[in-house]
Design a protein. Structure first.
Length: 154
């Protein structure tokens, strides 16, 4: 399965289920009940000095629509979905693309691309399949902090 998908037709004139999504802004779609995934979103908010990234939970109407669009399960969120410059990234590539977009020193994560894609996917799946047991799970999507709340697209 390709990790990069052209979404150039999803521009600001394309309505999402509840709000318009401007594909010119990087978007991270994450599992809102996963402690690890929510922590990742909070970390990006702290590191994103330019406030470029927008966020949606996988459980939101926009998250559901995007997961469907990219052929991902909507009953079990096995990966974050990161869309940057019209390209969709999944699994470990989503984390690498996010780090790259955050600039130096986070950009150094690009070195992980030397690992073959099947190995990157296997490593990601190992953590993803055990993330609730390792890091916990909330009963529902948590209410995000003020800064994250401002950047959530539902």
């Amino acid at each position: 399965m390709r990790h990069e998908t052209d979404i150039s037709h999803a521009d600001s004139d394309t309505p999402s289920p509840n709000r318009t999504y401007d594909a010119r802004q990087p978007l991270i779609v994450f599992d809102g009940v996963c402690v690890l995934c929510s922590g990742f979103a909070r970390m990006v908010v702290r590191l994103d000095q330019q406030k470029r990234f927008r966020f949606a939970t996988a459980q939101s109407p926009l998250g559901q629509a995007l997961y469907e669009k990219y052929g991902l399960r909507t009953d079990f969120y096995e990966t974050n979905l990161v869309i940057i410059d019209g390209t969709a990234y999944q699994r470990l590539d989503s984390l690498i693309a996010t780090a790259d977009a955050l600039g130096w020193p986070w950009r150094a994560a690009r070195v992980l691309r030397i690992l073959p894609l099947p190995l990157r996917d296997r490593l990601y799946r190992l953590i993803a399949q055990n993330r609730y047991a390792l890091f916990g799970r909330k009963d529902s999507c948590e209410i995000p902090s003020g800064e994250l709340r401002k950047r959530i697209i539902d």
